[in-house]
Design a protein around this ligand. Structure first.
Ligand code: CP
Length: 310
């Protein structure tokens, strides 16, 4: 079977700013009018092919399709699929794209969703590929920022933790540079700094203001957004190195003493130890709301890719 001309979301750049703004508008409408959308995908099937663990992304995709009236199938680990018998990704996707109308896939290898999209006859959505990109997490983040701050421009954004392997950070920076007057504070230990290709090809190339620091408190009073991330254990080659770095940043109430009153604290989750549970009661803690928003923006994305008119 040959791939026809279909729309895939591999990288956040596959969506224009106009399209992202429209997805946010639709997601907000879904939040306000859930019943209106409850049967618009009757008869449609979403396949979730997850070759790597997930709670939020897989379940929010499945919830999104179910809330639209559609159905879901798929697997949550490679070992329960014929991948364990040696089937190639291309063959798996070629077959499953005949069983579903749209596919969300997560894979530990960077570029795997791109490879899959060459074989699929239905849209492929990248639900996270290795340490590369996670575009639908970014849509979730943008919806949350837009709802909390009322804008996506004129923001100073601190991103903190594992900037090297944190795919959510790579996609978020790639998305946010398209809005006016965005400044980044890149907070990480030296070993986990943002990859050079993002510094050069995304930040410098687009004249985006940024500073690098390893001190989470240094710029705290300037931040509109503080985006915490987990140290990505699964991407480390050395357990010792992971153990040395894993608790480098633990955000607690004391570290927030100079933060703005309307700071928005985000985290793609899962959190391991990066945000102390005492922070959860702070009105600036938005990470659980961020996780809930994932369902609505994914509903909007499914509607767009399946060209469903509501
Ligand atoms: N944010 C996120 O990708 O979470 P999961 O790994 O649980 O899907």
């Amino acid at each position: 079977m040959k791939a026809k001309n279909i729309r895939n979301i591999i990288d956040i750049k596959d969506l224009s700013v106009l399209e992202i703004d429209n997805l946010i508008k639709v997601a907000n409408d879904i939040i306000d009018n859930r019943e209106k959308y409850s049967h618009v995908c009757d008869g449609k099937i979403l396949a979730t092919l997850f070759f790597e663990p997930s709670t939020r992304t897989r379940l929010s995709f499945e919830s999104a399709m179910l809330r639209l009236g559609g159905k879901v199938l798929g697997f949550s680990e490679a070992s329960s699929s014929s991948t364990s018998k040696g089937e190639t990704l291309s063959d798996t996707v070629c077959v499953v794209s005949g069983y579903a109308d749209i596919i969300a896939m997560r894979h530990p290898k960077e570029g795997a969703p791109m490879v899959a999209s060459k074989k699929s006859i239905v849209p492929i959505i990248n639900a996270g590929d290795g340490g590369h990109y996670h575009p639908t997490q970014t849509l979730t983040d943008l919806l949350t920022i837009s709802r909390k701050k009322g804008r996506l421009d004129n923001l100073t954004i601190g991103v903190c933790g594992d900037l090297k392997f944190g795919r959510t950070i790579h996609s978020l920076i790639t998305a946010m540079i398209r809005y006016p007057n965005i400044k980044f504070i890149l907070i990480s230990p030296d070993e986990l700094k943002l990859p050079e290709y993002i510094i050069t090809e995304v930040l410098k190339k687009n004249n985006i203001e940024y500073v690098e620091t390893n001190n989470i408190e240094e710029y705290m009073d300037e931040l509109d957004i503080l985006y915490m991330t987990r140290v990505q254990k699964e991407r480390f080659f050395s357990e010792e190195e992971y153990i040395r770095l894993k608790d480098y940043y633990i955000l607690d109430k004391d570290k927030l003493r100079n933060a703005k009153k309307d700071l928005c604290i985000l985290h793609p989750l899962p959190r391991v130890n990066e945000i102390h549970i005492d922070v959860d009661d702070d009105p600036r803690a938005c990470y659980f709301e961020q996780a809930y928003n994932g369902v609505y923006i994914r509903m909007a994305l499914i509607l767009m890719l399946l060209e469903v008119e509501v």
